[in-house]
Design a protein around this ligand. Structure first.
Ligand code: UDP
Length: 194
C-alpha cells in the first residue's frame, strides 16, 4: 500500500482494507484505524493530541468526500472513497466468515451498543460479540470497563464516542488489548440500532 499526506496527516491507500485488517487480526498485530474526513483534519489543526494520534495510527482511510477530492487533485487519479461505517460492516462480515475473533462494542447512549450488537447477531449469527458498553458513565464504570477489556481480550473493538474523544480514548487504552483492531466508529451504533 501507499501512504500520502493530507495537511500533515497520513492516508493509507490500498485496494482491500477489510482483507488487510483480517490479516493483521490473524497475526495479532494491534491496529488503530482512523476514518479521516475534512471535519477531523480541521479539528487536528487545532488539537495537537488528535493530530499525533492520527499520525501514529496504523491505518488511516479516506472516509470523507473532501479528503478524497483533495487526494484526487494531488495525485491526478481516481481514488476510491471508503466510508468508515462500510469498512466496519465489511470487517464484521469477514471476521464472522473467517475467524472466531471476539468483538466488543463501546459507546453511545445506554443500551445502544447492545441493540447494535443484536442487529449484527441477526445478520451474522456466528459473530462472537462478547461484550457491549454504553458511552456515558462515571470514572469508576470506566475503570471497570478497562478491567473487562483486559480480561476478555476482544480482538475487534469498535469505539463510538464521537471525534475526537474516540480517537484519544483508543490511543490511551489500546495497550489493554495490544493485539486488537480498534476502530472509532462515530455514530455507527445509532445507525445499526435503527
Ligand atoms: N457519545 C458517547 N459518549 C459521549 C459523547 C458521545 O457515547 O460522551 C456517542 C453518541 O451517543 C453517538 C456517538 O458518540 O452515538 C457520536 O456520534 P456522532 O455521529 O456525533 O460522531 P462523529 O460525527 O463525531 O463521528
Amino acid at each position: 500500500y501507499k501512504v500520502f499526506s493530507v495537511l500533515g496527516l497520513p492516508i493509507h491507500l490500498m485496494t482491500n482494507y477489510p482483507n488487510w485488517l483480517l490479516e493483521r487480526l490473524q497475526q495479532g498485530e494491534g491496529t488503530h484505524v482512523v476514518t479521516l474526513n475534512a471535519e477531523m483534519t480541521m479539528q487536528a489543526e487545532r488539537n495537537t493530541s488528535l493530530a499525533k494520534v492520527i499520525q501514529a495510527a496504523e491505518l488511516v482511510i479516506p472516509d470523507g468526500a473532501g479528503v478524497v477530492l483533495y487526494l484526487q487533485l494531488l495525485l491526478r487519479q481516481k481514488i476510491q472513497r471508503c466510508p468508515g461505517i462500510e469498512l466496519a460492516e465489511k470487517l464484521l462480515q469477514e471476521v464472522e466468515r473467517h475467524t472466531e475473533a471476539k468483538v466488543f462494542f463501546y459507546g453511545g447512549a445506554p443500551s445502544l451498543a447492545a441493540t447494535a450488537a443484536e442487529f449484527w447477531l441477526s445478520q451474522l449469527p456466528k459473530l462472537r460479540i462478547t461484550g457491549t458498553h454504553s458511552g456515558y458513565h462515571s470514572e469508576e464504570e470506566e475503570e471497570k470497563l478497562r478491567q473487562t477489556l483486559s480480561q476478555l481480550q476482544p480482538q475487534v473493538i469498535f469505539v463510538g464516542l464521537g471525534v475526537p474523544r474516540q480517537e484519544l480514548w483508543i490511543a490511551q487504552n489500546r495497550h489493554l488489548c495490544p493485539q486488537a483492531i480498534w476502530i472509532g466508529v462515530g455514530g455507527s451504533f445509532d445507525i445499526w440500532s435503527g
